[in-house]
Design a binder for this molecule. Structure first.
Ligand code: MG
Length: 381
């Protein structure tokens, strides 16, 4: 029986993680969760899984739930997030919160020697050097939950890092893959939220449409698999059947395939190095699919991907700026304050205004994150 903490339990990855726990009650036990603002779903999760500790975003909601469930411990805010991450009974932390708030709980959980199932991209994007070093120093495994990184992780089992020629991350192209750049001018929030293959949260669905999601994944892959950006490629593959591939020096390519279902990579991270059945997953029927399509990535059409490669190669605080500017810009788009293509403009401005700090400390990263948000906000006002 593995003891699990989930940060972001009511979100898309969180609820799908709970599906896995529900399917394997004798393999996993939920110990602690953090939730945002969805109290109704939180009540259902508490009733069903009886976690020992629940961390709530807001103080008021914390008081509300505390009064309702006297037998359960509650905590709140960013301290609460850390408490839920490092609960003494926890063995695996599933970090599925959105944004750079996920960073500190990850670092603390690494210090507490928890296995990290990492779904929070921003952790590695903004502080990959700190996270990987802490993981190494504490002998902690970081297990990818993202479908692409899980695919790569599965492809390199039993392989030596030195034999890898390059990684090939596949990209579905998001909700606007059939559109030219000119056709993106007037797109609405509703259109952008309509992802063809994956059902995900709002922010990541917009990131898929801008291709920033893939950009963040390239940076994440750089840290997770310890490879230079020159050895990480992106390939457009609209069916999302091949979840990513690894090419080796001898020209062999190993790919991981499956129907698009986030529960598969989530479960692999939880059951690793074992595999468990997943009865409710749709089996891949290649004969029925018949054809798979691939296309080279167009960096002018998807400028955010270009920004991500550039920020990643420059390193230091650049990826922090990339991520923070993107978060503010995407939120502004979702609130219909800016047009879709302005997301890229804001990111570009933030990147070019930034003075890079090499090898930044956690506090330097947090400071740059804050300053970038303020800067982009000032551009919006
Ligand atoms: Mg992904």
């Amino acid at each position: 029986m593995k003891m699990i903490s989930i940060l972001g339990a009511t979100g898309s990855i969180g609820t799908q993680t709970l599906d896995i726990l529900r399917e394997h009650p004798s393999d996993f036990k939920l110990v602690a969760i953090s939730i945002g603002k969805n109290l109704n779903l939180a009540r259902k999760i508490i009733a069903e899984f009886q976690p020992e500790l629940v961390s709530v975003l807001d103080y008021q909601d914390f008081n509300t739930l505390k009064a309702e469930y006297p037998a359960i411990s509650f905590t709140h805010g960013s301290e609460g997030l850390i408490e839920a991450a490092i609960h003494p009974k926890t063995e695996i932390l599933v970090n599925a919160v959105l944004g750079s708030v996920g960073l500190e709980p990850t670092l603390q959980a690494i210090e507490s020697r928890k296995i990290i199932a990492i779904a929070n991209k921003e952790t590695l994007v903004t502080a990959g050097h700190l996270v990987m070093e802490a993981a190494k120093n504490n002998g902690v495994s970081l297990l990818p939950v993202d479908s692409e990184h899980s695919a790569i992780f599965q492809c390199i089992q039993g392989e030596k890092e030195k034999n890898i020629e390059r990684l090939i991350l596949t990209a579905s192209g998001g909700s606007f893959r059939e559109r030219t750049r000119a056709e993106l001018e007037g797109v609405t929030v509703k259109e952008a939220l309509n992802h063809p293959n994956w059902s995900m949260g709002a922010k990541i669905t917009i990131d898929s449409a801008t291709m920033m999601n893939k950009g963040l994944e390239v940076i994440e892959a750089h840290w997770l698999f310890n490879l230079p950006y020159e050895k990480i490629d992106v390939l457009l593959h609209k069916e999302s059947i091949i979840h990513s591939m690894v090419e080796f020096h001898d020209s062999s390519i190993i790919a991981q395939l499956g129907t698009p279902d986030m529960r598969v990579p989530i479960q692999y991270a939880l059951s690793y190095p074992d595999r468990l059945p997943l009865g409710s997953a749709n089996r891949l029927n290649l004969a029925q699919i018949g054809k798979l399509h691939f296309q080279e990535m167009d960096f002018e059409r998807f400028r955010s991907l270009q920004f991500a490669y550039e920020a990643g190669k420059k390193g230091g605080t650049m990826p922090t700026v990339l991520n923070a500017a993107n978060e503010v810009a995407v939120a502004a788009f979702l609130e219909e304050k800016i047009r879709f293509l302005q997301i890229e403009d804001l990111i570009e401005k933030a990147l070019s205004a930034h003075q890079l700090i090499d090898n930044p400390s956690l506090s330097a990263i947090q400071e740059v994150d804050k300053e970038t948000r303020q800067y982009v906000q000032s551009l919006l006002n």
